[in-house]
Design a protein around this ligand. Sequence first.
Ligand SMILES: C[S@@+](CC[C@H](N)C(=O)[O-])C[C@H]1O[C@@H](n2cnc3c(N)ncnc32)[C@H](O)[C@@H]1O
Length: 213
Amino acid sequence: MRLRRKPHAKEAVRNHPRVVTEPERCRGKWHSLFGNDGPLYLELGTGKGRFLSRVCQTTPEVNWIGVERVEEVLLQALRKADESECDNLHFLWMDVHQLDEAFAEREVDRIYLHFSDPWPKKRHAKRRLTHSAFLERYKQVLKPGGEIRLKTDNEPFFDFSLEALEEAGYRILESTRDLHHSPYAEGNVTTEYEEKFTAKGIPIHYLRARRPD
Ligand SMILES: C[S@@+](CC[C@H](N)C(=O)[O-])C[C@H]1O[C@@H](n2cnc3c(N)ncnc32)[C@H](O)[C@@H]1O
């Protein structure tokens, strides 16, 4: 993602009311922040926030959290979130590595991974958000029966993710290499990257996996 550095972005993000600056204080009690017992869904590597600003409107019963580490990008997601006027959407300005500092064991119902950076070089494999070390972290914070939903344009990353999920004991419930021409297309909410790749005619890979019991 090409970025123009914005000198005031850090401050703007830190002071934005949708950004939870001390997530460890909400750990195990996110429901009090949202003020209800609705399911907790995370989008990891949320980018400019197209997906979240739309789903928060169509699913008011869900408590949504976007996790993004780049402040300039997060700022754009925050603008979109404000336009959507959703009360059920917050953001964490942090790295996915810190997930277990923000969420207690078995606190999260669902994790979305949308067009995660594929890190194609083998020596960077540990940075992929579906590397076994990340899948173990997700296993900890997901509830029994909790799910991961993944979309990507990148076939090698998709193959890597399928294999890593199966090795980590997740059950693949749905999978397709052409989401938009599959039975899973109905109700699909697109992301920024999805729009970009689809406009170029690149098929979208999708999977849904359940946490091991
Ligand atoms: C390729 S973009 C995809 C954005 C969006 N999900 C979409 O589909 O349009 C990946 C995003 O994930 C963020 N990201 C990558 N690794 C991350 C990590 N370890 N922790 C938090 N954010 C991360 C990047 O900063 C970037 O904004």
